[in-house]
Design a protein around this ligand. Sequence first.
Ligand SMILES: Cc1ncc(COP(=O)(O)OP(=O)(O)O)c(N)n1
Ligand SMILES: Cc1nc(C(=O)O)sc1CCOP(=O)(O)O
Ligand SMILES: [Mg+2]
Length: 208
Amino acid sequence: MTSLRGLYAITDTPLLADGKLLPYAEAALIGGARLLQYRDKSTDAARRFDEAQALAELCQRHGATLIINDDLELAARLGAGLHLGQTDGSLATARTRLGADAVIGGTCHAQLELAERAANEGASYIAFGRFFNSNTKPGAPAATVELLDEARARFAQPIVAIGGVTLGTAPSLIARGASMVAVIHALFAADSALEVVDRARAFAALFD
Ligand SMILES: Cc1ncc(COP(=O)(O)OP(=O)(O)O)c(N)n1
Ligand SMILES: Cc1nc(C(=O)O)sc1CCOP(=O)(O)O
Ligand SMILES: [Mg+2]
């Protein structure tokens, strides 16, 4: 059973270009990331499969869970988890296809109604954001930390907080009930894989 608490690392193809994807992803896993999302917006199916398969092997080696962003078919091929946004397809269909044990998450922006629907459709976690200014997705709809109080009281599903999460901003989200923090820039915009290990360790320690 996957533990849905701790650091949720998300890859970013432009940021992890030039051979950084696998070493930086492994560094995040060494540092303690529990979920690793493969987020690649390209249409290069062959590269996407190869990269996701390599990440699946890394996750298996480090006892973490791979989540595929947007792509149910790729998740099904690899036996991985899946994250779906509001325009990425049905969570209920994904649950039927991937089975009861798969980790499937849904984007809920700042709307409790979207979380209600995601929960009813079988989401393993509900993701809210963007809580702070995001380097990766500056235009994502904004959410306030107060939303987490209400979400925590209303839903049994673990809550993922995303958007501008740093070592400085994460504690306010965890204190309000976020079970996981999903991070791109503050984890992977680093000069070396060793620096990613250190950052991941520091994020993971916030959950001790
Ligand atoms: C954990 C997590 N939360 C939210 C998102 C955003 O999903 P979406 O709104 O579909 O946007 P894209 O990531 O597909 O651009 C996410 N990927 N992961
Ligand atoms: C992919 C994504 N989704 C968001 C949402 O609010 O739904 S914010 C975001 C980007 C997260 O990257 P960073 O940690 O660099 O801000
Ligand atoms: Mg999406």
